[in-house]
Design a protein around this ligand. Structure first.
Ligand code: SF4
Ligand code: SF4
Length: 150
C-alpha cells in the first residue's frame, strides 16, 4: 500500500463506495415484514383450522378421532358426546398444541370429511406456552395477528 493511500484512507473510501452502491432500493432483497407480506408457497402447511359449514356455521368435524390417532406427536385431543336422539357423536372439545406440531399434514390427510386443514397462515407466535395450545374456538376462527399501520 502506498503512503498516500494510508493518509487518504483510500481502502476505506473504496469499501464505502462498494457498500453504498449496493444500497439502491432495487438491490434490497430483505422483505420488509410486516409492512410487506411474504409470498407463501402454494403447498405451505401452516396454522391448523377446523372447518365449519359456511351456511350453518356448524363444525364439519364428526369426532371420529382419526386425526389424533394419525398424529405422531399425539398433540391433538378430541372429545365427544353421543347424541341420545340421533345416536351420533358430537364434538365437544378439540385441542391442538401448535408448539409440538411439525406440520407433517398426516392429521389432515387422515380426516375423512376435510374438517381439519393446515392453512397458509404462518403467524403462530404467542407470548406463552399456553397460548400455543389452540382450542376449538381458536381453531375455527383462526389466528388474529396484530395489524400494524405504516
Ligand atoms: S401436522 Fe403432523 S404433527 Fe402436526 S398435528 Fe398434524 S399429524 Fe400431528
Ligand atoms: S379426523 Fe376430521 S372429523 Fe375426525 S376428529 Fe379429526 S378433524 Fe374431526
Amino acid at each position: 500500500m502506498k503512503l498516500w493511500d494510508k493518509f487518504l484512507f483510500t481502502d476505506l473510501v473504496q469499501g464505502l463506495l462498494t457498500t453504498f452502491r449496493q444500497q439502491h432500493p432495487k438491490d434490497i432483497v430483505t422483505e420488509q415484514y410486516p409492512a410487506e407480506r411474504p409470498a407463501i408457497a402454494e403447498r405451505y402447511r401452516g396454522a391448523p383450522r377446523l372447518n365449519v359449514d359456511v351456511e350453518t356455521n356448524e363444525t364439519l368435524c364428526i369426532g371420529c378421532n382419526l386425526c389424533a390417532l394419525a398424529c405422531p406427536e399425539n398433540l391433538i385431543v378430541v372429545t365427544t358426546i353421543r347424541n341420545a336422539e340421533t345416536k351420533k357423536k358430537e364434538l365437544t372439545t378439540f385441542t391442538y398444541d401448535t408448539s409440538r406440531c411439525m406440520f407433517c399434514g398426516l392429521c389432515e390427510d387422515a380426516c375423512p370429511v376435510d374438517a381439519l386443514e393446515l392453512t397458509q397462515d404462518f403467524e403462530l407466535a404467542s407470548y406463552t406456552r399456553d397460548g400455543a395450545v389452540w382450542d376449538r374456538q381458536m381453531l375455527e376462527e383462526g389466528p388474529k395477528p396484530t395489524k400494524y399501520d405504516f
